[in-house]
Write a protein that binds this ligand. Structure first.
Ligand code: SIN
Length: 534
């Protein structure tokens, strides 16, 4: 049975950007937040490091901006960089106002160092900053009468008129297994990244690129998706596949060592362990491939146990549960997909090409990260975008809707009885293809092979989608195949190496590619197709 929901503002996603934007908007608007699983299942909760902001005497906005642009290999949008970095203090103050408890030294916030930063500028809460931020914001949002949060509801596709004015979306209720038509004057995508598209990732299962897939199918411009950031140090353990070993360990002096006992980072970059992430992840990848190592190791055991317990309590506990005492032995690590630097093209307020549709946080591409995100700039971007987006929407005179959008109609499709096998097989296959052919090191041959393999899976999924009843797994699979194609297409277009995109056939950076990649779905029949399904 199909139902309808009406809201002034709809936010899809319940991470830092979705929650903060909702809290700010709820001062004058009614907000509905949809979370596709439980509200705790988001990348924000898993973020360990912290939030970068030039707020101490040794630092300033100019230095932070310079580090960001240098790490971004000169394809950042300098206007966005400045606008976001200038608001570091404001966003930290706002988070503190909403209950976030950053570690302090007397009255001042403690700040740590991470790769690519020339100053100690990462404000943090132990080694679980994201969890602290998320818990505080969720509590605040839940107690606000103007905010309604609905869990287990996943966006399917955006709805709009022929001029791409967004009018809401179809959403799948995973509990009642029915489709809801959500009518919204303003729709904000805050769905996070797409790292789950890769076989190895530091992200939760929810990072399936939903927002990018929805926006692409709707007709928004998608930018720089070839720049997938691989975090150098994901725990390598058979029982724990996605646990991050925070970069702040290297910030506090931890060293990378290969299984032959060699401290290898200085061979690759004079900045050693504190070189930018693209450099460190590639160095580890080369060490592993050239020597057939299964992993390398991170060593912080030279610090006292007391220090480690106080500074990295969660990492210590997690590793100990798996039999690794990090105060005595090294930690096995491998690189893993961590952050989507590209996304839906927006300005800092989250405005997309399509009227009434906004995108904020990791799903968006403001140009802050360029070809490689500077560590801990993401929570900063998320909070600044949430603040700017809410300001922009609060200034808007939102028109009242007159027409009722069509209900979903799937009376002509069949139950998906063989669905589980198809979904799990294609899901595993797709993630392997992306890891092997569109990973840290790429070549033209690898990228073209990926396209061929993806095209077979693409046809299978599309055929299945249009003839069977939907499920959350099928919707996620449909999104990840679309985003896998977008990443591969963008990687094929960029015939150079820059930051996170390394193509062995074009090992140098070229001036002609000194700009973001842009992809747009030009299929005119999309809305028609959607209506015929609906
Ligand atoms: C980390 O703690 O290493 C992650 C921080 C980030 O991705 O910015």
């Amino acid at each position: 049975m199909s139902t309808r929901l009406n809201t002034e503002v709809l936010i899809v996603g319940s991470g830092i950007s979705g929650l903060l934007c909702a809290i700010e908007l709820a001062k004058s608007r009614k907000v509905l937040i949809l979370s596709k699983s439980h509200t705790d299942d988001c990348s924000t909760s898993w973020a360990q490091g912290g939030i970068a902001a030039a707020i101490n005497d040794q630092d300033d906005v100019k230095k932070h901006a310079e580090d960001t642009i240098l790490n971004g290999h000169y394809i950042c949008d300098n206007e966005s960089v400045l606008k976001i970095i200038k608001q570091g203090k404001d966003s930290i103050d706002l988070l503190i106002k909403y209950g976030v408890d950053f570690n302090k030294n007397g009255k001042n916030l403690k700040q740590t160092l991470e790769g690519g930063h020339s100053k100690r500028r990462i404000a943090y809460h132990n080694d679980n900053t994201g969890e602290e931020i998320h818990t505080s914001l969720l509590k605040k949002a839940k107690s606000n009468k103007n905010i309604t949060i609905k869990e287990n509801i996943m966006a399917i596709d955006l709805i709009g008129d022929k001029d791409k004015h967004c009018e809401g979306l179809y959403a799948y209720d995973d509990i009642s297994r029915s489709v809801i038509t959500v009518q919204a004057n303003i729709t904000i995508l805050a769905t996070g990244g797409a790292s789950k598209i890769y076989q190895y990732t530091t992200n939760p299962d929810t990072s399936t690129g939903d927002g990018v897939a929805l926006a692409y199918r709707f007709g928004c411009t998608i930018s720089n998706m070839e720049f997938i950031q691989f975090h150098p140090t994901c725990l390598y353990h058979s029982k724990e596949k996605s646990f991050l070993i925070s970069e702040s360990l290297r910030g506090e002096g931890a060293k990378l060592v290969n299984p032959d006992g060699e401290y290898f980072m200085n061979k690759y970059d004079i900045r050693g362990e504190l070189a930018p992430r693209d450099v460190v992840a590639r160095a580890i990848d080369i060490e592993m491939k050239n020597n057939s190592y299964k992993c390398v190791y991170l060593d912080i055991s030279f610090k006292s146990k007391g220090y480690i317990l106080k500074r990295f309590p969660n990492i210590y506990k997690k590793c100990l549960m798996l039999g690794i005492d990090i105060s005595k032995s090294t930690i096995p690590v491998v690189p893993a997909a961590h952050y989507t630097c590209g996304g839906i093209r927006t300005n800092v307020s989250g405005e997309t090409d399509c009227p009434n549709l906004f995108a904020i946080g990791e799903v968006a591409h403001t140009g802050l990260h360029g070809a490689n995100r500077l560590a801990s700039n993401s929570l900063l971007e998320c909070s600044v975008m949430a603040m700017e987006c809410s300001k922009m929407i609060n200034r808007k005179n939102i028109p009242l809707r007159e027409k009722a959008l069509p209900l979903w109609n799937d009376s002509y499709v069949t139950e998906g009885c063989d669905e589980n096998i198809l979904i799990s097989h294609n899901w595993a296959e797709l993630r392997k293809i992306m890891w092997n052919y569109v990973g840290i090191l790429r070549t033209d041959k690898m990228l073209n092979r990926a396209k061929e393999k993806l095209s077979v899976i693409n046809s299978e999924i599309n055929e299945f989608y249009h003839t069977h009843k939907i499920s959350k797994d099928l919707l996620e699979l449909r999104n990840i195949i679309d985003v896998a194609n977008i990443i591969t297409d963008a990687a094929i277009i960029r015939k150079e190496s820059r930051g996170l995109h390394y193509n062995k056939d074009y090992p140098v950076t070229k001036d002609e590619f000194n700009k973001p990649t842009e992809l747009k779905n030009t299929k005119k029949d999309f809305i028609m197709k959607l209506v015929s399904k609906a």
